[in-house]
Write a protein that binds this ligand. Structure first.
Ligand code: 13P
Ligand code: SF4
Length: 311
């Protein structure tokens, strides 16, 4: 059986599309109808007319797609594709945290469960977080969740003093300044580029900090020929596709045996699972109506501000 051909047939037969995050493996990115970062994937889900969205990514992304496209059946090829960052923000604890800061607006990163989004005023992604915070009055008190590194980065960039939830991503927290500096000695011309979910010391030695999409754009518009990339390794596929003459080096994690520049949740998705899921239409993302309605408000607000800011 030619599995890629079968996937194409199933897509046509069922009016299905495949949305894939940049952290998926190269083979999956190459068969997707659309590849993007978490913001672009949300925007795509909001505008699709497909009966089925197969989401090649992690649960919180598929949940966001379901909230934005409630009439579509949203499938995820492995229901265990979670997110350590989303897990670092449990509902009850976050609710209590918010109650201690009653006059604060709640901004939550899209990397949260749908239930956390019901407690959120404005959702954000790493692409629009800075723009969203800057669009608010200087005196506005803000809770930012769940990523402490992204939150502290925004505080540094804006001079604000947002109250930050103490969460983190197990992939981005593992990059090591010492290892990057060693690599820099071998490649003195290489620019270090990092995601704002990386720890502050990694950000401070970076030539450019940006969301997954911003890092990709930087490598195509910047004139260097070599980059040390401190984010999940999947994005390097697109970087190489768009810049075949340039060299992209994966930044090493603290522990070289942990394979930490791969998100083990993202990498649970495989071509075979995509085929099986399209065929059986399982596992499906099912959310309670009330949660979807409440969570949608914060996502809609994000999309509305993003549109105004042209992001
Ligand atoms: P992006 O918003 O850059 O797509 O990042 C999502 C993510 O999971 C980062 O680890
Ligand atoms: Fe979550 Fe980190 Fe994986 Fe992104 S890379 S999906 S934040 S665990």
């Amino acid at each position: 059986m030619d599995i890629l051909k079968e996937i194409e047939n199933l897509k046509k037969e069922k009016n299905a599309i495949i949305l894939a995050h940049y952290y998926q493996t190269a083979d999956i990115q190459d068969i997707a109808d659309f590849v993007g970062d978490s913001l672009a994937l949300s925007q795509k889900a909001a505008e699709t007319k497909a009966d089925i969205i197969l989401f090649a990514g992690v649960n919180f992304m598929a949940e966001t797609a379901k909230i934005l496209a409630p009439k579509s059946k949203v499938l995820i090829p492995d229901i265990n594709a979670g997110c350590s960052l989303a897990d670092s923000c449990p509902y009850d604890e976050f609710k209590e945290f918010i109650s201690k800061h009653p006059d604060h607006l709640v901004i939550s990163y899209v990397n949260t469960t749908a239930k956390i989004k019901t407690l959120t005023d404005i959702c954000c992604t790493s692409t629009n977080a800075l723009g969203i915070v800057n669009s608010l009055p200087k005196e506005q008190k803000i809770i930012f969740a769940p990523d402490r590194n992204l939150g502290n980065y925004i505080n540094r960039m804006t001079g604000r003093n947002m109250v930050i939830w103490n969460g983190a991503c197990h992939v981005h927290e593992e990059f090591s300044v010492e290892e990057i500096i060693k690599l820099k000695k071998l490649h003195p011309q290489a620019k270090v580029i990092s995601h704002p979910e990386c720890q502050k010391p990694v950000q401070l030695i970076s030539d450019f900090i940006g969301s997954t999409a911003a890092l990709l754009k930087f490598t195509t518009t910047d004139n260097s020929m070599e980059y040390i990339v401190a984010t999940e390794s999947g994005i390097i596929h697109q970087m190489k596709k768009e810049n075949s003459q340039k060299l992209f080096i994966v930044a090493p994690p603290k522990d070289s045996t942990c394979g930490c520049n791969d998100c083990n949740f993202m990498k649970l998705i495989t071509i075979k699972k995509i085929y099986d899921t399209l065929k059986s239409e399982k596992p499906e993302i099912i959310l309670e109506e009330e949660i979807m309605i409440k969570a949608k408000k914060s996502i809609d607000k994000m999309l509305e501000i993003s549109k105004k800011l042209n992001l």
